[in-house]
Ligand binder design. Structure first.
Ligand code: JB2
Length: 219
């Protein structure tokens, strides 16, 4: 078996990937390349100096144990896409690394799944559990004992008080607030700036202060 260091590849070459490359450098990790399925339409072939290698088929010739992946798909409508990318590559035997910005404050008394991304200035208090492939974006905060499922996205500045639970693929929008002990159902969207004081069922969108249901699924 080769002793060559693993390739570190980010899937997706958009805005979220740019922030991840910067964060990984602060972790002393160098991204070797990016894949983007629209690579020919991007209008650029590097992000922060890292080459866009082509589509995801570029990974098919690589041994999974010689590659570490980072899921660079973010975005409000992208949580299911993000999930499918994660599951596709996991099924092929690839591993996703955790990305934790050096300025994030993460209690040692919490558990993190695989491929978790904790961005600049985020806070995670004790007793929290964060599932696979979940993003705690810039300046977002989890108070004590919050339970987040897989492929959840807490957008920048979102705040969860203690004992909040968020099920798989839910999206908590920029600057939203969720009071203590509220449960957010799978695949639901909390609009930017909302204040959630009651449980949110699966698959709906809530908005406003206090937040109410305004529709089904993504906004
Ligand atoms: O299956 C895929 C795939 N699907 C979309 N494989 C690969 N390798 N790439 C894929 N993509 C590519 O992801 C798209 O072609 C696009 O270039 C990229 C996503 O870039 P975009 O800038 O549109 O979104 P983002 O997810 O990087 O950033 C969003 O989410 C962040 C959290 C933006 O809303 C940002 O502003 C936000 N901070």
């Amino acid at each position: 078996m080769s002793n060559a260091p693993p390739e570190l590849i980010v899937i997706g070459a958009g805005g979220h990937a740019k922030v991840l490359i910067d964060t990984l450098r602060l972790m002393s990790l160098n991204v070797t390349g990016l894949t983007d399925n629209d690579s020919r339409q991007l209008g650029y072939d590097h992000v922060l100096g890292v080459p866009v290698l082509g589509g995801d088929s570029e990974l098919s010739g690589l041994a999974p144990d010689m590659v570490l992946l980072v899921n660079g798909i973010g975005g409000i409508r992208a949580d299911k896409l993000r999930k499918s990318v994660f599951e596709h590559f996991k099924a092929k035997g690839f591993r996703f690394i955790n990305v934790i910005h050096p300025s994030a404050v993460v209690s040692v008394e919490c558990s993190l799944g695989e491929g978790v991304q904790i961005m600049a200035g985020a806070l995670i208090q004790p007793g929290c559990k964060v599932g696979d492939d979940t993003i705690i974006n810039t300046g977002a905060a989890l108070d004590h004992d919050c339970i987040l499922g897989c492929h959840v996205h807490l957008a920048p500045g979102a705040t969860l008080s203690g004992f909040v639970s968020v099920d798989d693929c839910a999206h908590i929008g920029t600057g939203a607030n969720v009071i203590q002990q509220v449960k957010i159902g799978a695949g639901s969207t909390v609009a930017a700036g909302a204040t959630v004081i009651n449980d949110v069922p699966a698959g709906v969108t809530v908005a406003g202060v206090p937040a109410g249901v305004i529709g089904q699924g993504d906004i």
